[in-house]
Design a protein around this ligand. Sequence first.
Ligand code: DP6
Length: 354
Amino acid sequence: MTHEDASSPAASSLARPVSGANLPDGMQRAAAFAPINIALSKYWGKRDYERNLPLAPSVSVCIAELGTLTIVAPNLDLDGNVMLINDKPADQKALVRVGRVMRSVRALAGTEVRAGVRAVNTVPTAQGLASSASAFAALARAATAAYGVGLDDGALSGIARLGSGSACRSVHGGFVLWQRGERDDGSDSLAEQIATPEDWPLRAVIVHIGEGPKKTPSGEGMRLSADTSPFFSAFIDTCFRDVPECLGAIASRDFERLGEVSEANCLAMHATMLATRPGLIYWQAATVEVMHTVRRLRAVGVAAFFTIDAGPSVVVLCEAGAVDGVCTAIGGIPGVVKLTRTRVGGGAHLVPHG
Ligand code: DP6
């Protein structure tokens, strides 16, 4: 197995043009953008930690505008992949995950040629805003194009999943179901689109809340919850009930029902996290205040609900007419750093590059 080394000389190779004349046919530099996604019924528990196979299915929405732009440049001079994230060399943990994605793309392409990878996030990392989901969906889309591998979006989601489980849901846009799958090799644990952004053009307000003490990364947190949280298996059972309820609410465009099941599922995941030893407390004071505020708004007829991943930031999903009221009510809460008004958006796609 090749060691993917951040300190290899080749970080600079990203700036160098690829010697296209020498690259095998079909290989070229490619760039892709992928959005973050937020789960409505969450993924918190794996049946396979290497392949990121979940214990339960999950449902998500892609969020427009926020995400990761990634360029993949195959390069015959490299003997290992190199990667810059926001212009800094990727750390060893990120390189291991990138290596899994790139190995599978190389195997499909039947080549040993390595690549320089450059990723730029338009969303802060480690705030619970799924930057790893957008990063690996963008990598899968750009790398398959760069190596000339043609896959449908379902198969592409399986490649993105190798980097980060939730990344498979950022390949498709709109409302997405990630199947648990039964096979050990993960070939049936793929994501599929269940409704487009145009089918149900919901709005989203991203409530950025600054990071407190260093958080436990999702994969590590899931392992700890599985080993120690008394609520873990109850949460997994809950997901098997919540996913069909989410799908039903999406199919009938029933906002109230979607809000009810999504908030309940989010809080059940956080209850599982809180009961882990040591307790995984991802919330800040502002996180809790935002939840109360959204519920107060809803009590007076504002169509909005919240959901939170493994971090302090909150995503408020709402109908178009509710956006102004939500922003006014939440904007003044101490600890809220920024609000981003956005909407349910499209999935990973190739973009022109220089
Ligand atoms: C709380 O996909 O980041 O956001 O597969 O280990 O990379 P890995 O985990 P990751 O976990 C996401 C957890 C979550 C819930 C969700 O997105 O469903």
